[in-house]
Design a protein around this ligand. Structure first.
Ligand code: DX5
Ligand code: ZN
Length: 211
């Protein structure tokens, strides 16, 4: 995979104008739209749920990259499948013994399954599962909020995943034109960016600068 997938996060968008923001991101060259789902338990913040994903599905055909930062993901995965997600990523810290079942459940609906790890979780913990998911999402900030500082030491985990040739290696948190290069040099092929894209004067230039 040589082309880098750019997935802007609507967490930094205007929640009263998400349709407008997504149309602008599409026009500006976004490949996927990253949707951050937070439950106030797994992370200390609350955002949106499956009804919003469904509403966005009705107004766009761009792939919806849903990042579940929630406890008990098994309870909600069906809702996010039905809502029209194209990629569903859940956290290993929340799924543990159920990890393989959840990956299979997602993939059985013909969509991509992703496994994410927080900064303190080592890649070696998820090695037993790596033949299954379509994607691994490496967090380079503590999940919960946009606009935080990139943790360089977490980006090193990317290097431990590049032997898995079919895996999409996505990185999330503190991505800007400089940290994007660190990640892609290590072998990442998908980047999430919220604050950087939404705070720039040109979304198009911001997205282009990440590739
Ligand atoms: C953090 C979220 C990220 C976040 C990225 O918990 O998972 O997707 O929105 O935002 P930036 O790019 O602003 O760090
Ligand atoms: Zn995210």
């Amino acid at each position: 995979m040589s082309e880098i997938i750019i997935a802007p996060s609507i967490l930094s968008g205007d929640f009263a104008n998400l349709e407008r923001d997504i149309k602008n991101l599409e026009k500006s060259g976004a490949d996927w739209i990253h949707i951050d789902v937070m439950d106030g338990h797994f992370v200390p913040n609350l955002t949106i749920g499956a009804p919003v994903v469904k509403a966005l599905r009705n107004v766009t055909s761009i792939p919806l990259d849903v990042h579940l930062m929630i406890d008990n993901p098994e309870k909600y995965i069906q809702d996010f499948i039905k809502a029209g997600s194209d990629i569903i990523t859940f956290h290993y810290e929340a799924s543990k013994n159920n990890t393989l079942n959840l990956i299979k459940e997602i993939q059985s609906h013909g969509i991509k399954a992703g496994l994410s790890i927080k900064p303190k979780t080592e890649v070696k913990e998820i090695i037993p599962f790596l033949k299954m998911p379509d994607l691994v999402l490496i967090m380079t900030v503590e999940p919960g909020f946009g606009g935080q500082k990139f943790m360089d030491e977490c980006a090193l985990k990317i290097k431990e995943l590049t032997d898995y040739k079919n895996l999409i290696i996505e990185v999330d948190g503190g991505i800007n034109d400089k940290t994007a290069k660190i990640c892609t040099n290590y072998g990442a092929n998908a980047l999430v960016a919220g604050n950087y894209v939404f705070s720039s004067s040109s979304m198009k230039e911001a997205i282009a600068s990440l590739r």
